[in-house]
Design a protein around this ligand. Structure first.
Ligand SMILES: [Zn+2]
Ligand SMILES: [Zn+2]
Length: 275
């Protein structure tokens, strides 16, 4: 497969990319959402972008699958504000179920807020801005359910979820063993998310999870090891371009090997606790 379905140009906000025939990645401002499946009757939405983006996401879905089409379900990699931005509005419009890891449910049912982002981590302007990011739990009430314990994913045949905590307690990544396709969420990302310049230019760089929101670096390290061991052929991460081939395998292997140097901040509120 290698680069066959990947674009030769870098994606920027508001552009969709056919990563595979049944995997479409759309960048909503600074964060990626995925449509998995290739029939209008049978597809799911993974993550829901930034706040206030429901209208845009409906447009993207209808452009791809036809007017009034809707996914069977929404799967969340985790509950941070830039991944659940439109979820309440979309559930209301579509009347579909949302699935997330059990350990993430408190943040999605109004029971617990995320810890405050750490604006002291080094890395750039986005990190500096991060204390302004919302951390309040949203409340999906009875529209959300835990992912099945057998690691299958509703309406995503052939895929399995893996618990990849660290960035958040119930973070999951989605993997299809057949063609080694990975949806990694923020377990690792393909852009240096702390840097505003690199976010704007979407310069490809396999990196650890966004620093300012990651609270357990030991777990985050283990999660990256787990994903590297899968040897994915192509990956869509929460931020940055889809990545495949040697760029992915070498980048991920290096990240796993040099995680403490590349990913863990030298200083920060959540560093000393976890070391
Ligand atoms: Zn996140
Ligand atoms: Zn994110």
């Amino acid at each position: 497969m290698e680069n066959r379905f990947l674009p030769m140009y870098s994606i920027a906000s508001g552009i969709g990319v056919d990563v595979l025939p049944d995997l479409y990645c759309y960048t909503n401002q600074i964060v990626n959402i995925c449509l998995v499946g290739n029939s209008a009757e049978d597809f799911v939405l993974v993550d829901t972008g930034m706040p206030e983006s429901a209208e845009k996401i409906v447009e993207v879905v209808e452009e791809r699958f036809g007017e009034n089409s809707k996914p069977k379900a929404i799967i969340l990699t985790h509950g941070h504000f830039d991944h659940v931005g439109a979820v309440v509005d979309l559930v209301e419009k579509w009347g579909i179920k949302v699935y997330a890891h059990e350990a993430e449910l408190p943040f999605l049912t109004g029971k617990q807020n995320y810890p405050k982002p750490d604006g002291t981590v080094e890395g750039g302007l986005v990190a500096k801005m991060s204390p302004m990011f919302p951390t309040e739990a949203i409340d999906l009430k009875n529209n959300i359910e835990a992912l099945p314990a057998d690691r299958t994913i509703p309406y995503m045949e052939g895929w399995r979820w893996l618990h990849t905590p660290g960035h958040s307690p119930g973070h999951v990544s989605l993997f299809r063993a057949d063609d080694r396709t990975l949806i990694a969420g923020d377990a690792f990302v393909a852009v240096k998310q702390e840097s505003l310049y690199k976010v704007m230019t979407q310069e490809l760089e396999i990196n650890g999870p966004p620093r300012y929101l990651t609270t357990d670096w030991n777990a985050a390290r283990e999660s990256v090891n787990k994903l590297a061991a899968l040897n994915p052929a192509v990956a869509v991460t929460g931020h940055g371009m889809p990545v495949s081939g040697t760029e992915l395998s070498e980048g991920l292997a290096r990240l796993a090997k040099e995680f403490d140097d590349l990913a863990v901040p030298d200083h920060g509120r959540y560093v000393d606790d976890s070391q």
